[in-house]
Design a protein around this ligand. Structure first.
Ligand SMILES: [Zn+2]
Length: 403
């Protein structure tokens, strides 16, 4: 019988906090050249030192994923622990973004919460199991991926090329609750075309800004009220946000063009085709009454072959949910809540495109992600680390050990 206490002790608290701090000190934010190369190399070296099988993948030139594997003995289920190595830029952070400083039970810096803390917990979990000398029945895989904050090429690469496991945990900051779903997310661009003329002769032109106002009113009055009827029991209502509007040249010209950028978050009760058809339907209805109304709808990333950012949903009776519940219960002494995550994650790609049932579980709170004083509580790191170890033992081995 395994003794999980002995295994948890194999990677100490101070090692865990130190590792998180070191990951934060390596900048990997959007806009840097070879953005994730240094942190990927650091993670690769960590696994080499721990004698854990590790390799790079190269989804983008000089921007590698890192894949580490603890090979199982062959008869168990395989599990992937995964997180992104990139972060958003420091923007106007009020604390030093690359400090990795610890104070008052918190660890500070860009990526502390989103999501270098989770990466450290996952790396520590792999190391602890390896150091303990036990072999799980199924494979335990770590995947550090690139560019989630932009186009998720790191996880798309895994979808296309593997590794493919029986389940995955994405360590985005769920506050150590089990996030069993989230909305899909797509950016939509609407181009409204008018006709430019002098502001003193407006009747000679077609004002694209006025036409955009017409469309916005129609979306608010005719579309948004339908969302309540599509409420998903876990994930909630669909959402639509007017994020950016731009148009016109100067005040004395009739605006000949206007662009509207929408953030549309949808539930499993909708589809991407439905949401595009609905917008096109509103446009054709307006056009029936106003021959001068011209608008085109397209996906913001229409030129790329980027996978759709569909909703995440997992069967609440799936074995990974049960293993997580058991692991969390032992680690934290409480039953986790089942929640919906309020942002989109790579779990969607693994689940919808690679057909790997996936769940979001990680240290820290989403409200601290991307924030001006980003931090993660040390207690959250410890809880995540322990939960990852125990969940892996339960899921890959069917044996969580005794006290
Ligand atoms: Zn994230």
């Amino acid at each position: 019988m395994l003794n999980h206490k002995n295994i948890l002790d194999k990677f100490t608290d101070s090692e865990l906090y130190q590792l998180t701090s070191e990951l934060i000190k390596i900048p990997s934010y959007t806009g840097l050249a070879e953005q994730e190369k240094e942190i990927a190399t650091f993670i690769h070296d960590f696994f080499k030192t721990e004698n854990i099988q590790v390799e790079f993948q190269e989804p983008l030139k000089n921007r590698p994923n890192v894949i580490a594997t603890l090979k199982g003995t062959g008869n168990g289920k395989s599990l992937m622990l995964t997180g992104h190595m990139d972060t958003v830029p420091p923007y106007n952070m009020i604390n030093a973004p690359l400090s990795g400083e610890i104070a008052d039970g918190k660890l500070y810096g860009r990526g502390a919460c989103d999501m270098k803390g989770a990466l450290a917990c996952m790396m520590g979990a792999m190391a602890a199991i390896k150091r303990s000398g036990i072999a799980l029945d199924g494979d335990l895989v770590f995947a550090g991926v690139i560019n989630e904050e932009q186009k998720s090429e790191g996880t798309e690469y895994i979808v296309r090329n593997g590794p493919h496991t029986d389940a995955a945990i994405v360590g985005e900051p769920s506050g150590l609750q089990i996030a069993a779903g989230h909305r899909g997310l797509e950016w939509i661009e609407i181009d409204i075309t008018g006709k430019t003329t002098h502001g003193g002769t407006p009747h000679e032109g077609i004002n694209a800004i006025s036409k955009a106002a017409k469309l916005i009113t129609s979306i608010e009055n005719d579309l948004v009220p339908k969302f309540k009827k599509r409420r998903h029991p876990l994930i909630g209502d669909p959402l639509l946000n007017f994020g950016v509007i731009e148009g016109g040249d100067q005040p004395s010209s009739v605006a000949g063009r206007c662009k509207l950028f929408i953030d549309r978050r949808w539930t499993p009760l909708e589809s991407f085709d439905l949401i595009m058809d609905e917008l096109r339907g509103l446009i054709s209805d307006i056009k029936k009454e106003d021959a001068n109304f011209n608008a085109q709808v397209k996906r913001y990333f229409a030129d790329s072959n980027m996978m759709l950012h569909k909703p995440l949903e997992i069967d609440l009776n799936h074995p990974i949910i049960n293993s997580l519940k058991r692991g969390i219960k032992i680690s934290l002494g409480r039953d986790p809540e089942i929640i919906s995550f309020l942002a989109w994650t790579d779990a969607s790609l693994l689940s919808n495109y690679a057909k790997i049932p996936s769940v979001v579980f990680g240290p820290g709170h989403l409200k601290n992600a991307h924030s001006e004083d980003e931090f993660v509580d040390l207690s959250q790191l410890k809880g995540a680390y322990e939960s990852y170890v125990l969940t892996a033992m339960d899921f890959c081995d069917g044996d969580i050990g005794n006290d």
